[in-house]
Design a protein around this ligand. Sequence first.
Ligand code: AQP
Length: 351
Amino acid sequence: MSSPSPHFPQRAFSGVQPTGNLHLGNYLGAITRFVELQKTHECIYCVVDMHAITVPQDPDELTASIREVTAAFIAAGIDAEKHIVFNQSQVSEHAELAWVFNCVARLGWLNRMTQFKEKAGKDRENASVGLYAYPTLMAADILVYRATHVPVGEDQKQHLELSRDIAQKFNNDFGDSIRGHGFADGQFFPLPEPMITGPATRVMSLRDGTKKMSKSDPSDYSRINLTDDADTIAQKIRKAKTDPEPLPREEKGLEARPEADNLVGIYAALSDKTKADVLREYGGGQFSTFKNALVELCVTKLAPIASEMKRLVADPGHVDAILIDGADRARAIAAETMKKTKDIVGFVHKH
Ligand code: AQP
């Protein structure tokens, strides 16, 4: 993969939808990565409420979910003073740039997006236009900050590739104008790099190791929510689907055993070990022993986050102030990109 052009600062952007229960997949696949990247990158983390309304939302629940995701970011260790945390709808430049990108992206590109196919299901004609155009808004989310790195779970890989295609096509289509506006290499937008790393880029359902752990799964037993208490976590892990074999001693033995592979991956990610390390410790033993250890680990890791989230959401004024301050700082960057985009495209505007 090519590196972003050197004139782009190393900036990370990512978002999480406020659409209900944040789960262990969101935490391990995305939020822990967000925390990690703060050490090396300037980071912008967004609660993507405009993405949330691509499917119907109850307004009061949406407000509560925006605050809850913000609380999860902070409770997990994101520093909203050093970095930027805000909700998308406060920075209207996301929607403005998305429109320009709607005119750059091709229908054929969007038609290939598997997430739309899965979410729209059989009732495609009745899906919102927003759900279809979701990936162009996502490209705008990233590129309005000219972000170079995007930490996401495996499921977002295809959307990230589309963001790169949009950036590339914009740079090509407007190449002369971009150069004319002072970007000698003709690269106005970077091609953002997906960062899909660690042992838990795709955490699977506890009920079916071939399905992604997801907020929208009707069974609450399929996922561990960040706000679950210790008893609930214990129950869910003890009931998690497994096979009758003991755990293998080597990673190869996890092939074709999706449920075992998933639980070992979760343990590895939570304890910052490799799957091989985990199997060296628990391989050959009974599942029940391993599950008990996993319960203990999950509770130890998640309980402090849940209690901090609880404390934060009890003070919505404080959470909202974080989002407003973050949005002010995000807008300053986004407005600059949008002004230059307007110049490049040829729109008349106030300088
Ligand atoms: N199961 C998962 N394993 C690893 N990473 C995951 N992510 C989501 N599920 C898993 C990552 O979490 C980030 C935020 O996701 P999102 O809320 O923006 O959207 P999503 O992928 O639509 O989440 P869900 O739970 O899967 O929701 P539904 O049920 O609505 O489809 C992203 O970086 C995502 O990759």
